[in-house]
Design a protein around this ligand. Structure first.
Ligand SMILES: C[S@@+](CC[C@H](N)C(=O)[O-])C[C@H]1O[C@@H](n2cnc3c(N)ncnc32)[C@H](O)[C@@H]1O
Length: 224
């Protein structure tokens, strides 16, 4: 009986220690309970680069349809970058084709008191980016959902390449590009966009679940 008790105790302790080790928070920037898991380190680097470049305009395709609840699954980038924008005098434009996603994200933006620094637009992202009339400091591409279906994968990759091309001429020397859901079978959302960018004066600053890219002459070594 005593041995069984110990086995149970060690099992439960192991379970919670395992959870603790996997938990990747952005604390103190975001409350500790939110687990950004596979995106935590690339979000951190993106914000570090934004600090360095004094970013003012952030554009996201695909909005935080699950609000902060979706930190682990979807990323909750609208809120993360919204919070960074509030603290740094910047502004986030997030675009989504689905009214439901827009409504959910807007509700979270309101709850977090970010409505004066985040605007969520309802539109197809390529159309939105084509008409966007400001220079972009951080471009975050995370729209057309990726899946196991090769046809959907190809369409998602083509869509993210089209997004990049639609805004390309409003990116400048210090623009940072972050692409979500890349470490997935057949290259993820960013495959075609990244191939194109690498042929056009961009380099990879971080390659993980997300891929972060900057211009070839971006002084990454100067970023602390
Ligand atoms: C993975 S979610 C975005 C998650 C969000 N970036 C975050 O960090 O929480 C993908 C979103 O892209 C949107 N989407 C799909 N196709 C789109 C398109 N053509 N234009 C704009 N948004 C699109 C979907 O409606 C969905 O809300």
């Amino acid at each position: 009986m005593e041995i069984l008790g110990w086995i149970l105790f060690l099992g439960i302790t192991g379970f919670f220690v395992g959870k603790w080790i996997k938990h990747k928070s952005l604390y103190p920037f975001m409350p500790f309970r939110y687990d950004f898991r596979k995106r935590r380190d690339s979000f951190r680097l993106a914000m570090k680069l934004m600090d360095f470049t004094h970013a003012k305009t952030i554009v996201e395709t695909g909005t935080s349809r699950e609000g902060l609840r979706g930190a682990k699954s979807n990323g909750a980038a609208t809120i993360v970058f919204g919070k960074w924008a509030r603290e740094n005098g910047a502004f986030v434009h997030s675009v989504d084709i689905s009214q439901e996603s827009v409504n959910n994200a807007q509700a979270e933006v309101d709850r977090q008191g970010l409505s004066n620094v985040v605007k969520i637009h309802t539109s197809d992202s390529v159309q939105f980016l084509s008409n966007f009339d400001q220079q972009v400091n951080l471009l975050y591409l995370d729209s057309y959902d990726y899946s196991d279906d090769p046809e959907v994968q190809r369409k998602s990759q083509e869509h993210h390449l089209k997004e990049f091309k639609a805004i390309e001429d409003r990116l400048y020397g210090h623009t940072i590009v972050l692409i979500d859901d890349c470490d997935l079978p057949n290259g993820g959302k960013g495959k075609m966009a990244i191939e194109y960018m690498l042929q056009n004066d961009w380099k990879i600053a971080m390659q993980a679940y997300q891929v972060l890219l900057v211009r070839n002459d971006f002084p990454l070594d100067k970023v602390k």
